[in-house]
Design a binder for this molecule. Sequence first.
Ligand SMILES: Nc1ncnc2c1ncn2[C@@H]1O[C@H](COP(=O)(O)OP(=O)(O)OP(=O)(O)O)[C@@H](O)[C@H]1O
Ligand SMILES: [Mg+2]
Length: 267
Amino acid sequence: MRTYHDLTDPDRSGLAQQIGAQRQRVAERLAGVGRIVAVMSGKGGVGKSYVTAHLARALARAGKPTGVLDADLNGPTIPRLLEVSRAPLTAHSAHVEPMVGLDGVRCISMALLLEDGAPLAFRGPSAESFVWRGAMEATALREFLGDVEWGTLDTLLLDLPPGMQRYVELCDILGTPPAVLTVTIPTPESRDAVRRAMRAAVDRGSALLGVVENMVGGELRGSAADELASEFGTPVIGRVPFHPSANAWDQIADQVSRAPRTAHRAS
Ligand SMILES: Nc1ncnc2c1ncn2[C@@H]1O[C@H](COP(=O)(O)OP(=O)(O)OP(=O)(O)O)[C@@H](O)[C@H]1O
Ligand SMILES: [Mg+2]
């Protein structure tokens, strides 16, 4: 497989044009989307997807049309959380319609595309699986952003997998870094992983909307959210206990819907 650096000059300028055209397509597709918010953590299993789905539902109940792009291509969980059935997606010649889940939240996920539910990671030729998987994932993400017709949305939430790779890919595809909402649990281990993610987001130019502390009030000890909020000068916008009531999300939804709108640009 050739890398960008192996390309000859004419190829290289062609590639730059392709990237420009793709960004243009993504910008046009997202023109009706008020704001894009990546839900991120850097740490696995802290409740990013759970927070994303419930926040989306609270926004939708407040009368703000909301979509979720499940950017966890290998462990997609959003359709289950929003009780969206697998199939069939409605595909038109130039676009795909998102599915509609609980409270009217629109959603797209790899789980809706893989007929047998097999994760992307296991679908490549094994000798090159790492390279192949990376290329597949970036392509799938680009297609989601370029092909899904969300219509008019107040907010599009992006549910990211753990780590920073998907965030970096998103910044490249979008051209403009998304606003970032971070999720942590109270522990020092979570704080340290989330700090790295927040630093990377700030370095890339994302606006930090705040920190949600999940799984509070139980056995987990620590004050990760307060510490991160004061380090980064951003608010703690919610503390979510285990099995919260539906109205626990209202305050978080209110804060997110006050965030500045995203300017979509093609370069
Ligand atoms: N506040 C909560 N109350 C009850 N269960 C919760 C809560 N937050 C998360 N969970 C549960 O904890 C598990 C992990 O949450 P979730 O899958 O949202 O984490 P994640 O950060 O998205 O994980 P991954 O890093 O794998 O994407 C799930 O079973 C989820 O339903
Ligand atoms: Mg998740």
